[in-house]
Design a binder for this molecule. Structure first.
Ligand SMILES: Cc1ncc(COP(=O)(O)O)c(C=O)c1O
Length: 328
């Protein structure tokens, strides 16, 4: 029986859903949403705060500040509350209400950016706001998930080894790319593992991470409007861009099978099943990472008015644009 005293001590790191029955392909989905922060960002947040404490960067009056589309904000809020720091989350108008409320319920503050930077989008505007805060008061400490090596180290030390232990015959690993912390940590780990693993990055159409043209993206978590500093493409074997309409269709398909996941999981599942549909999957062991669960998205991805307002009336019925082909 696990008994804990601080919330960050608990993380379910050994749970996989086999999508064979719902999608027709044997794809093992690693569930990262079962912890008190509700997402994989707990790992990056813990590693970054632990390291800042070891390096003496945090004082009792420090105020952590971070630009986050939500999940890192919740994870840092939880750790700040548990360790007695204050936290200020800089996000933008696409952040889910439930995420914002969770950060506030944990005793912290949220600043919402409503105007994107003309060149660097919402992310550029959020980072500009964080820089201005740090320049205004030296109690602010910005861990900077976009450039902090402890973001990817969390996955090099934990996520990669967890998958390797569960799947000693792993062949292909599908990972969504936001800051690319999860991608770079796992890719670095598997580059030096005992057998070759194909590491496939899943990105959103409209993201500039891998050099594509910028476009509208409404689902938080994946994709960027500024190229992530952590990314080293030499570790990535393939990149699959997924349209948001395909991502939401995959989310709804998972939900119809009883699995309520977040938008980036739908994106990864759509890209991964599309890839699997064009490859010989006999004897292939494939794993994908599900960064969070679906409850934070009940007012967006799982809400008909929101969905149809953004993507059109037939979003759930029209044929897929790219990638996400499911066997029915
Ligand atoms: C919803 C969601 N999707 C995807 C990711 C992957 O992000 P990253 O590339 O920043 O590790 C995250 C981050 O944890 C997330 O919270």
């Amino acid at each position: 029986m696990p008994v804990i005293t601080v919330p960050e001590s608990f993380n379910e790191d050994d749970l996989y859903v086999d999508l064979r029955w719902s999608f027709g392909y044997s794809l093992f989905l690693k569930c990262e949403g079962f912890n008190f922060a509700g997402s994989i960002k707990l790992k990056a947040a813990t590693e970054m705060v632990d390291s800042a404490e070891r390096d003496g960067l945090l004082r009792p009056d420090s105020i952590l500040v971070e630009s986050s589309s939500g999940n890192l904000g919740v994870a840092l809020s939880m750790i700040a509350a548990s360790r007695g720091y204050r936290f200020l989350c800089v996000t933008d108008s696409r952040c889910n209400l439930a995420t914002r409320r969770a950060i506030e319920a944990l005793g912290n503050e949220v600043h919402i950016i409503t105007e994107p930077d003309p060149d660097d989008g919402f992310l550029g505007a959020r980072i500009g706001h964080v820089r201005a805060l740090c320049a205004s008061d030296d109690r602010y400490v910005w861990l900077n998930q976009y450039s902090n090596a402890n973001n990817w180290r969390a996955h090099y030390h934990r996520t990669g080894p967890e998958i390797a232990a569960a799947f000693p015959n792993l062949d292909v690993l599908f990972i969504g790319a936001g800051t690319t912390g999860t991608l770079m940590g796992c890719a670095r780990y598997f580059r030096q593992w005992r057998r070759p693993v194909r590491v496939i990055a899943i990105d959103s159409v409209g993201s500039v991470t891998f050099g594509g043209p910028a476009g509208r993206r409404m689902l938080p978590g994946l994709g960027t409007s500024v190229r992530p500093q952590l990314l080293d493409e030499s570790y990535v074997d393939e990149v699959i861009p997924v349209a948001e309409t395909d991502a939401v269709r995959a989310c709804h398909r998972l939900a119809r099978n009883g699995f309520l996941f977040g938008g980036s999981t739908g994106t990864v599942v759509s890209g991964a099943t599309g890839w699997l549909s064009t490859h010989d999957t006999h004897h292939l062991t494939a794993v994908a990472i599900a960064p969070d669960l679906g409850e934070r998205y009940l007012d967006t991805i799982y809400q008909t008015n929101w969905l149809q307002g953004i993507y059109g009336e037939n979003v759930l019925t029209e044929p897929s644009q790219a990638g996400g082909r499911f066997l029915s």
